[in-house]
Design a protein around this ligand. Sequence first.
Ligand SMILES: [Zn+2]
Length: 102
Amino acid sequence: MVGIRDFQNLMRTIYFERDRERGVPITYAWLVSEVGELARALIRGSKPLIAEEVADVLAWLLSLCNLLGIDAEKAAYEKYGKGCPRCGSIPCVCRTGKPGNF
Ligand SMILES: [Zn+2]
């Protein structure tokens, strides 16, 4: 079992050269494409397929972070590590309860 940072490093080791050749705009397009595939998997309701698409979405997001020089684990914990960024509570007590929704 690894954390987000370890997985991001793994993605860098496996894909960074190809990611760099592809560039940010196309890598972002692939991420969005994978989000669409996740939506289709959710509609089908197949948990193994959903899990596979979650892995792809995460992999493409971390590839994008590698290209942008963003430490995804650090960014996520800086924003959400102390609870909801809006109300500061764990769990969130905001009326909407949507992550990042201000
Ligand atoms: Zn909240």
